[in-house]
Write a protein that binds this ligand. Sequence first.
Ligand code: ANZ
Length: 835
Amino acid sequence: MSEQDANRETTEGPAYDVEAVQEKWRAVWDELDLFRADDAVVLSGEREKRYALTMFPYPSGDLHMGHAEVMALHDVAARYWRMKGYEVLNPMGWDSFGLPAENAAIKNDEHPATYTYGNIATQLESFKRYGVGFDWERRFNTSDPEYYRWTQWLFLKLREQGLAYRKNSPVNWCPNDQTVLANEQVVDGACERCGAEVTKRELTQWYFRTTAYAQELLDSLDDLALTWPSKVVNAQRNWIGRSEGAHVTFEVEGNDPVTVFTTRPDTLFGTTFMVIAVDSPLADTLVTAEHRADFESYRDEIRKASDIDRLATDREKTGVFLGVHATNPLTGAQLPIWATDYVLADYGTGAVMGVPGGDQRDWEFATAFDLPIIRTTEPPADWDGEAYAGEGAAINSPAAGVACELDINGLGVEEAKQATIAHLEKISRGTGTVNFRLRDWLLSRQRYWGAPIPIIHCPVDGEVPVPDDQLPVLLPELKGADLKPRGTSPLGAATEWKSVACPTCGGPAERDTDTMDTFVDSSWYFLRYVSPNDDTQAFDTALANAWGPVDLYVGGDEHAVLHLLYSRFFTKALRDMGLIDWDEPFSAYLSQGKVLNEGRKMSKSLGNGVSLGDQLAEFGVDAVRLTLVFASPPEDNIDWADVSPAGSLRFLQRALRLSGDVTSAPGTSPVGGDQTLRRVTHKIVHEAERLLETHRFNVVVARTMELVNATRKAIDSGCGPADSAVREAAETVAQLLSLVGPYTAEEMWAELGHQPGIAAVPWPTVDEALLVEDSVTAIVQVKGKVRARLQVAPDISEADLEAAALAEPVIAGLIEGQTVRKVIVKAPKLVNIVV
Ligand code: ANZ
């Protein structure tokens, strides 16, 4: 017996047999099938719906503490809705394709399918033991052909709409995972999964046109900001990165004109050079024969660097002259064109007008290569910095002696911008424009474990979609070394699978050998849950409209940009195809903190991991769940070293003992029971509703503890165990507790003489009359200082309150012999006496 167990026995009587209680109720619950969501009820409008969703796991091992936390939090909301009478959809499945499972499988020398499905079975068992109220009838795995058939179908739908396309471009390459990465998967220049430094490669890849929705994805964030955490909303805003500015076109001798994107068209008079992304096709076109050798060797060197390094403000400025000049459209000045690495090929137009007076990077570049600097915004008098990007009057625009039809000298930045844009539009040398940082989503992967891209490449017909009736394109069976990543897709090794007849001309053709990013699978899974077994369509539109959107989504911050943004894109695209009628997938989002140990993230290498299995074995499911919910507000991190599952277990036991002590019969009316205890009970239920709706689940647990204490006091030294208010309080404890400790709650419910299935019992009704306070505290101030406090009736009149204040002995003593000039009375809370 552990020290805690011994402690428990001496202070609280014998520990309850957690294991036996869990076993008993699990079997009963399986039988009762309490969490089945009823489509008919929401379709008919008979009951209002709630869709509760938590991010489905990758099956890369058994469940861990992080899963335990998110599931415990999520279940509080789902169970509460259920008790409040909503028809609740609360499904679960597995995000079973993708790198996490594949890498783990390769490491363990197993086939990804064997490994994945083995882990799913393990996790399913753990979920059931953990007692989360999921509708298991709706489960699916994204790696099931019945699911990915529809992922492929959706890909083709998006392609039909021009929202999926293939292009050749420099892409992020992870040398360790041997695959390309979306921009969102590169964090500080490293692979989001494995941490390896990301490099660039020129490849033909598939993209989703997320940029088509850039403005709407941004605009809808204004509404989401009310129900989503601000850090997630801000992360998305930054990621989408809207910039207002202009496209300006420069003539280039012997070449096509070059267009730049600038946020500061007002600085055009201060442009002294032009810089082009060294790795852009444009640089390659412009460079003269004489400068080509230098250019190419510079480019080879730069290709090794990541975007983050390239954009770092403290990076030394490098570049090569391309041998050509551009003409300033306003002044006719000749500007040398350089290639550099601080301009990115895939942002704006990949070309920048160099304004050293206004942009620090340009300043450093001009200084490094001895190019002229002209200020076009007047810096403040005490300015001793270099480039000045702030507010100020336009100067040198144009400079003295320079002829130009446009003169913006003296205008403020905003006015100067508008005037310049207007002029450029008039002379057809530019237009006002909006630019987004958001890039299209690169979705193809050179890895085995994903949904094959359903495209056939035909030498005659080009890209041909696989016809609907030939979906799914099943993953070919590959084994051993053939599965391993190698720079090109492993699917290429399946030579028989790869060669097919072209669906259009019947001639020899080849399947696309790339697979889709796992994030494609999870961008629409919330739709599949509404009709998970439908083999005629991806999802049923009527059901999707009835159940959707998700009312509360619970998950981690790590998906703030990736998964949430992609799901939002899919939702908007599907809406525009008429497949759903809502605009956003997740109406509210709760992002839970992390479970740490001793101040640090749990990890194998630090040796500070806490095994969920061990915790459950030692303290039981309810104590672990209660500890996780009680430890902090959901958004905050929890340090497992600072919490006490043993204390949680003691509390559960104390709660359980209440139900054994109640002696009145089930069904006894509480009316006429002890009023003090009834007031406490009803106030706590009333407050709990508000707390649950605002996701302050930890405080709900605190209030439940208070109710346990109040009930215990009533039994032991108050009205006694036979009072009907004691039964009411104990039943309320069981119901509140069912949100976090369902096994203990069910046990209490049975001991209180009820049928099993507390999860389906309606939420207690609050008697408003019991919420009215007997008395409130009124403050009495003399000369602005609080001198006394009075207990008064909440509906006391102003006259009575003034009289009571003046009669109070301390106050009477203070004002004796003084002239009372004024008495301000705000019943029932305040009396202010001015002497
Ligand atoms: C001239 C200028 C003058 C600029 C000035 C800024 C200040 P955001 O706000 O991020 O959109 N730029 C344009 N394309 C670029 C690329 N592909 N790689 C790196 N930099 C690029 O930034 C837009 C500004 O970043 C543009 O406005 C351009 O520099 C630069 F006083 O043009 B600016």
